[in-house]
Design a protein around this ligand. Structure first.
Ligand SMILES: Nc1ncnc2c1ncn2[C@@H]1O[C@H](COP(=O)(O)OP(=O)(O)OP(=O)(O)O)[C@@H](O)[C@H]1O
Ligand SMILES: [Mg+2]
Length: 509
């Protein structure tokens, strides 16, 4: 990509970018939220046309009018929201995009080719499974297979591991390495510096739409990368994951979950008799592989899913199966897993999104009249505190980069003085600087006396922030440990379904 510039109105998303990715390498693209990574790769994949600059593939100048043109030139992009048809099988989805040769769709041939290619790159999926039956990780594999079968030789991954479990992420990293070894060009966008170190041959750092540098992966450490991205030093916690907070002063029980059971979306038991208490000033972590009841637990507490059994109590108030708004008003803040689905409205501006939750309260609502100036000021404060970019309360939410949307949601949810906080993957998809800010706010809320339930797949994050960590497996808690006791083996065994009591049993001869 030679001298690429791309503007959205007044925003310069990419400015005079010179970017070269080679055959046979994994090239990581990193940078803060809004740095211009997705825009640059969307240009490469034919979704946007640059305002200036030239694309070359294999030395030849090319012009893409559509993603189809890019695929013809061998460039395919794996998005976070997959472009698959839910009700079709894996094989049908793959045939769907192929140019029709001769007779009707040859599903048998497609299935055979699918099995071949998937074996070769360790991308196992059942060709006859329907998309809706697959996990997110499996759907991602289908997406990769689809691009490979359509002849892609350059594969672009935009934050592919943000939606994966740790095991799936490790598998994907293997696949990326295997693809590079076979001569593919792999471009990988990520905020997780550990992954970048594990997989990249070269690293390009973007900041505010421009390239800071392209480096050999062996030549830099995490601290230097973080500094290049952010333009300043960051606290050590996030980089070294070494800090363990001692247990602070904790007060009375704020949130009590007693023997709670609930059904999942497919009407099968998702929670089976979960109990725990969180005290004022305490952060209680839930670790576990995604899909073991974490989402359902957060939803039951915040009123979005009925409990079939058990009780949830906030201080002395029974909030079991209460209306979500009642629960929110009673003082439970919620950072949901699905930010756009549950928390933000794309077509509205930032100011409106910032007050979606608090609009019934003073000083923002004075009688039935919403006071525009107070709203704007409130939004400005959140934007400033979390460095949301663009720092403009009249910008439309959907024009923000993914990470900046999340920053605004988290800022909104963690504003004020909630009695309890339910935070689900609060730093997923946000850059290191913003993660640092979010951890800072969670720590401050803890010191202030909030009782926090932190659901995360990031063990380092749990260890850095929690007073106690429980592991959930198939809807049951396997045990609770302190951060000091939380070694990888103990947590790993519990995440695989071994109760803590069993792990700690003395071995008998
Ligand atoms: N369709 C659009 N309309 C207006 N502005 C846009 C649009 N798409 C992106 N932008 C702006 O361009 C800039 C770069 O956004 P981009 O999505 O490329 O960032 P990113 O590096 O991928 O960030 P993240 O890590 O948060 O995903 C941001 O300031 C964003 O607000
Ligand atoms: Mg992006």
């Amino acid at each position: 990509m030679l001298g690429i510039t791309k503007r959205f109105g007044p925003v310069v998303a990419n400015e005079d970018i010179w970017f070269v990715a080679r055959k046979g390498e994994v090239h990581a693209l990193i940078g803060e939220n809004g740095a211009g990574k997705s825009t640059l790769m969307s240009i490469l994949a034919g979704f946007y046309r640059p305002d200036a600059g030239e694309l070359r593939v294999g030395g030849q100048p090319v012009t893409f009018r559509s993603p189809g043109d890019a695929i013809q030139a061998g460039i395919g992009m794996v998005y976070q929201h997959f472009m698959l048809v839910d009700s079709f099988t894996v094989a049908e989805n793959i045939v769907l995009g192929l140019p029709r040769t001769g007779v009707a769709l040859d599903l048998d041939a497609a299935e055979r080719q699918l099995v071949d290619v998937s074996k070769r790159y360790g991308l196992g999926v059942d060709p006859r499974a329907r998309i809706w039956q697959l996990s997110v990780g499996e759907q991602q594999r289908v997406e990769i297979l689809r691009l490979l079968i359509r002849g892609a030789t350059t594969l672009v991954f935009d934050e592919p591991t943000a939606v994966l479990t740790p095991q799936e992420s490790a598998d994907l990293i293997q696949t990326m390495r295997a693809l590079a070894a076979e001569g593919f060009c792999v471009i990988f966008i990520s905020h997780k510096l550990g992954e970048v170190e594990a997989v990249a041959d070269r690293i390009t750092v973007l900041r505010h739409g421009s390239i800071v540098d392209t480096l050999d992966a062996g030549a830099v450490d995490r601290r230097a990368l973080a500094r290049m991205m952010v333009g300043r030093e960051l606290a050590a916690v996030l980089l070294d994951d070494s800090e363990v907070d001692g247990a602070g002063e904790t007060g009375e029980v704020v949130l009590a979950v007693e023997n709670v059971s609930a059904l999942g979306d497919k009407r099968l038991p998702a929670l089976r008799g979960v109990s725990f208490e969180i005290r004022s000033g305490e952060t209680f972590g839930i670790a576990g592989v995604a899909g073991n009841g974490q989402r359902e637990l957060a939803e039951v507490i915040t009123g979005l899913r009925p409990a079939t059994e058990g009780t949830v109590t906030l201080r002395n108030m029974d909030i079991t199966n209460a209306h979500p708004r009642t629960i929110a008003r009673a003082g439970v803040a919620h950072v949901p897993e699905d930010r756009l689905g549950a928390g933000l409205v794309g077509p509205l501006d930032l100011a409106s999104n910032a007050i979606l939750r608090t609009y019934r309260r003073n000083p923002i609502a004075r009688g039935p009249m919403l006071v525009k100036r107070a709203i704007d000021r409130f939004a400005d404060r959140l934007i400033w505190a979390y460095e949301v970019n663009p720092a403009d309360h009249s910008a439309r939410l959907r024009d923000l980069s993914g990470g900046n949307q999340q920053k605004l949601l988290i800022a909104r949810e963690l504003a004020g003085e909630p009695a309890a906080i339910v935070a689900v993957h609060p730093t997923r998809g946000v850059d290191v600087g913003a993660s640092e800010a979010i951890h800072g706010v969670l720590r401050a809320q803890r010191v202030r006396g909030a009782a926090t339930l932190l659901i995360s797949e990031d063990l380092d994050e749990l260890i850095a922030l929690c007073d106690r960590i429980a592991v959930i497996y198939e809807g049951q808690l396997m045990g609770t440990v302190t951060p000091r006791e939380a070694d990888a083996e103990t947590l790993g065994l519990m995440m695989a379904g071994t109760p803590l009591d069993y792990i700690r049993q003395p071995v008998s001869a």
